[in-house]
Design a protein around this ligand. Structure first.
Ligand code: RTP
Ligand code: MG
Length: 135
């Protein structure tokens, strides 16, 4: 089924000059770019995006990280886009992510793991409304 999903190329991707490398994987897969913007977010936007994590121990450093510099927010569309993007991204912890995935190839961290992808169609709808209201 055709779905949309919200993807973030987190500040480490921009800092390390990996935007083209990561975005190219989604394009090569056949996903359609629906929206894209370079943006530096504040803590309030981070809290909205990570509402499910704000009470967790790992959240304060995660909040500092995602607000540390520009990131690229995008919406991708395609058949089973939510699951397809998460497979391309790989496991959360870059040290454990399989080679061939974005995180497995380029991250050695459980926090600075380059990408975000919505974890369900419902999350995607919520997150797209936060990042691209009106889309
Ligand atoms: P994402 O939401 O970014 O696509 O990643 P995910 O679903 O694979 O991971 P999730 O559990 O939703 O965690 C969100 C982000 O928080 C950071 N994190 N740090 N124990 C830790 O230090 C820890 N655990 C998670 C990562 O940046 C993760 O992507
Ligand atoms: Mg998540």
């Amino acid at each position: 089924m055709t779905q949309r999903t919200l993807v973030l190329l987190k500040p480490d991707t921009v800092r390390r000059g990996l935007v083209g490398e990561v975005l190219g994987r989604f394009e090569a897969k056949g996903l359609t770019l629906v929206a894209l913007e370079l943006r530096t977010i504040d803590g309030a936007q981070a809290d909205r995006h990570y509402a499910e994590h704000v009470e967790r121990d790992f959240y304060p450093p995660l909040r500092d990280f995602v607000t540390s510099g520009p990131l690229v927010a995008l919406v991708l569309e395609g058949d089973e886009a939510v699951e397809v993007v998460r497979a391309i991204n790989g496991a959360t912890d870059g040290r454990k992510a399989a080679p061939g995935t974005v995180r497995g190839d380029h991250s050695l961290s459980n926090r600075e793991n380059l990408v975000h992808g919505s974890d369900s169609p419902e999350s995607a709808e919520r997150e797209i409304a936060i990042w691209f209201p009106g889309l």
